[in-house]
Design a protein around this ligand. Structure first.
Ligand SMILES: [Zn+2]
Length: 257
């Protein structure tokens, strides 16, 4: 990985910035320096620099060898399937009003997701995530806040590259995947375990040539994104008229006016 977390601060660093702050592996006496480990942004476990003795190669951060590693989506792509601990709740009044609020503000939710997807999100994916939320009664989860919804939608699915359906032009060539940071183990944890400062890890992968889902060897880079808990107050751009029409077709009752 090209970026990791600073050993002590929750701040991203590159191999270069790490080396300039903590020095190279060997000190002036030719003995290994006592340096604090950089940390993985997803699982916060210590990392090491791979290729430090071969400066002519790319130097990247990698997890320390460990027989029983902590679950980490940057080590094993299957380690990020979030679920809810509790059974799907019954429909409730708060759930009903959260769903109404979501539709009132859907353009903001759309914009947050689309921006994190480099401006390319298929409106069909957005619609099917709303249908899934209906099916799983997501709205009725007692502690859910409206600002969490677009982030839950982003971690719920894989975001493969996007092509123009008419002429096949590649619009976004990278495959994107999101996770909450390691404090979040189940979706009930988003607010509780993070004390209201959740982070999202965004990983970009190259598209596996022979199809299938990208793994670690396709990883291009990772970023840590601060979640905007005030997204409902911020200004947003109006979605494309095509997107608005498709959404109105899919949810005519909800978007009647
Ligand atoms: Zn990790």
């Amino acid at each position: 990985m090209k970026k990791a977390f600073h050993p002590k601060k929750d701040q991203q660093i590159t191999v270069q910035t790490y080396l300039s702050e903590f020095g190279s592996r060997l000190g002036p006496d030719n003995k290994p320096r006592n340096r604090p480990n950089p940390r993985c942004p997803a699982c916060l476990e210590p990392m090491t620099i791979y290729g430090e003795n071969r400066p002519q190669h790319d130097q990247v951060f990698s997890h320390l060898r460990n027989e029983n590693p902590a679950p980490c989506p940057l080590r094993n792509s299957a380690d990020h399937k979030y679920d809810f601990l509790d059974e799907a709740p019954q429909n409730s009044e708060t759930g009903k009003s959260l769903r109404q609020d979501f539709f009132k503000n859907w353009e903001k939710h759309w914009e947050v997701m689309r921006t994190l997807l480099h401006s390319f999100m298929d409106v069909k994916d957005f619609i099917s995530l709303i249908h899934e939320a209906d099916r799983t009664r997501l709205w009725n989860r007692a502690k859910l806040s409206e600002w969490e919804i677009p982030y839950i939608f982003l971690v719920r699915k894989e975001w493969p590259p996007v092509k123009n359906k008419r002429d096949g032009t590649v619009l976004r060539k990278e495959w994107i995947r999101f996770w909450f940071d390691s404090r979040v183990r189940t979706l009930e944890d988003i607010w509780i375990r993070t004390q209201g400062t959740p982070r999202i890890i965004k990983a970009r992968y190259s598209d596996p040539e022979r199809g299938g889902v990208p793994g670690l060897n396709h990883l291009i880079d990772t970023d840590v994104i601060e979640i905007d808990t005030n997204l409902l107050e911020s200004h947003h751009k109006k979605p494309h008229v095509f997107v608005i029409d498709r959404l109105k077709q899919a949810f005519p009752k909800e978007l009647a006016n």
